[in-house]
Design a protein around this ligand. Structure first.
Ligand code: KIV
Ligand code: ZN
Length: 520
């Protein structure tokens, strides 16, 4: 039997560190549930010391999710480890992941510490974490650019203090596969107690080599790979888990290891993360891109029709790519068709949520004729992003704008008391005018921190999906909405964010906490 490679998913921690991504606690739970279906071994659910909201979100995952180990990240200081333990202690199998920088450049310019200080901190923090938890992972950050002798000493000390996994991060995506393989091999040769821990690799994709480096690490003996779904993460991202998992499965002949991942769930995981992160998967992305299994040229089509393997090294079914990937839904499609298409996309809805999505689907289908997967994802994002009763709803938005007119917006909203209120405002642009008019009606103090609009599909009748973030009373709240009219989508997205804030404020006033309020 070949060796098992453990899959450590950090979509919810390193993945969330991508610029522009902020998962709500509900988003995190939904992704964690899909990671269970995918059968990953470890879920790094967050960095609990980074905010009370993240701690609450990790704790919610730890309580609910059964199966995988639930890890919380901590710097090599007691406060972080306390927070990490508080967050993961409810898990069936908790892990504390402690890290500290090891490269000269980080020590000199970021930590302002010498190697002996760092060695002591590593030792003390692993020992401290072990007092709470029998499963402790240790990472020397920026290991691939560090003095290897120092990395060996750190790992030896961490293992001596009880680290059960030692991880080798290529934090800035600098390594070249052959070099990284040699580095990982050298760890086995120079760390005397290395056999007492599992060796892991954690690669970033700055030079586009994260997958190659992770596999190189496995060839050298690493038996845990860390990465994210769709490769989301800091800068150019992390190792794409779907890539390494399928590389291991497809090239078993060469790597002679296996994972326990249910690869048929990869496509659904990818689409779920795409929808909740708002970070679109490029069409030519390996394994999960829209074109990953599409054949366009005549010669290729001819070959595939004669025998699939002529141009396909993987069967799309093994990653869960829906056979009907090109089938579109129209307004005459029934509920059954809609439900099965949603399931292909990893979206399981019941009761009122499904009804809302069905209604919205019919509205879009009326206007758009064809509703494809991306439209569906946008509809679901909007219809399911609200898990509480919205206090304010939009009745009407009307805008007048042009190159010779001051943008003016009129809005009519229904408030919590069922009364409608209307107001108008002039703005710097049509969206600004809408937001000013809404502010005049609702009177909620807030600051818009982010506004983005993207076309969900191609064509003049495309839906526009608007994502916005507002800051109110020191917390961030996200709103999302899609419509074929981007001004209507902008108004609804803003209202979503304001409603989320009002809901969180009401819960706080009643003395409670909500996961929705925690990080959104
Ligand atoms: O990239 C990195 O070094 C990390 C560590 C915290 C493991 O994400
Ligand atoms: Zn990282």
């Amino acid at each position: 039997m070949s060796d098992k490679v453990y899959i450590f998913d950090t979509t919810l921690r390193d993945g969330e560190q991508s610029a522009g991504i902020s998962f709500s606690a509900e988003d995190k739970l939904e992704i964690a549930r899909q990671l269970v279906r995918l059968n990953v071994d470890i879920i790094e659910a967050g960095f609990p010391a980074s905010s009370p909201g993240d701690l609450a979100a990790v704790a919610a995952i730890a309580r609910e999710i059964k199966g995988p180990v639930i890890a919380g990240l901590a710097r090599a200081v007691e406060r972080d480890i306390d927070h990490a333990w508080e967050a993961v202690r409810g898990a069936e199998s908790p892990r504390i992941h402690v890290f500290i920088s090891s490269s000269d450049i980080h020590l000199a310019h970021q930590l302002h510490k010498n190697k002996e200080d760092v060695l002591l901190m590593a030792r003390e923090s692993v020992a401290y974490a072990r007092r709470y938890c029998s499963d402790v992972e240790f990472s020397p950050m920026d290991a691939s650019r560090s003095d290897p002798e120092f990395v060996y000493r750190l790992l030896e000390a961490a293992i001596e203090e009880g680290a059960t996994t030692v991880n080798l991060p290529d934090t800035v995506g600098y390594a070249i596969p052959r070099e990284f393989e040699a580095f990982v091999r050298s760890v086995f040769e120079h760390v005397p107690n290395i056999h007492r821990a599992l060796v892991s690799v954690h690669c970033h994709n700055d030079l586009g080599m994260a997958t190659a480096n992770s596999l190189a690490g496995v060839l050298a003996g690493a038996r845990q790979i860390e990465g994210t779904i769709n490769g989301i993460g800091e800068r150019a991202g992390n190792t794409s888990l779907e890539e390494v998992i399928m590389a291991i499965r497809t090239r078993r002949d060469f790597v002679d290891v296996h994972t326990d991942v249910a690869t048929e769930e990869l496509f659904r995981a990818s689409r779920l993360v795409e929808r909740l992160s708002g970070m679109q998967v490029q069409s030519n992305k390996a394994i999960v891109g829209k074109n990953a299994f599409r054949h366009s040229s005549g010669i290729h089509q001819d070959g595939v029709l004669k025998m699939r393997e002529t141009y396909e090294i993987m069967d799309p079914k093994t990653v869960g790519t829906p056979a009907g990937g090109t089938i579109v839904l129209t307004k005459v499609s029934g509920r059954h068709g809609l439900r099965s298409r949603l399931e292909d996309l990893g979206i399981r809805l019941d009761g009122p949520e499904f009804e809302r999505v069905h209604e919205a689907f019919k509205e879009v289908a009326d206007r758009k004729h064809e509703v494809d997967d991306r439209d569906l994802q946008a509809i679901v994002s909007e219809q399911t992003s609200v898990t509480f009763q919205e206090q304010w709803t939009l009745d009407l938005v009307q805008v007048s704008a042009g190159d010779h007119a001051a943008p003016t917006a009129t809005v009519r909203l229904t408030g919590p008391d069922g009364e409608t209120r209307q107001d108008a405002a002039i703005g710097d642009g049509p969206v600004d005018a809408i937001y000013r008019a809404i502010n005049r009606v609702m009177g909620v103090q807030n600051r818009l921190t982010e506004f983005s609009v993207k076309a969900v599909t191609e064509g003049i009748d495309a839906q526009g999906e608007v994502t916005i973030r507002i800051e109110a009373e020191g917390s961030l709240y996200t709103g999302r909405a899609a419509d074929t009219d981007i001004l209507v989508a902008s108004a609804r997205a803003y209202l979503h964010a304001l409603n989320r804030y009002l809901h969180a404020a009401a819960v706080r006033a009643a003395g409670g906490t909500t996961v929705a309020a925690a990080r959104t």
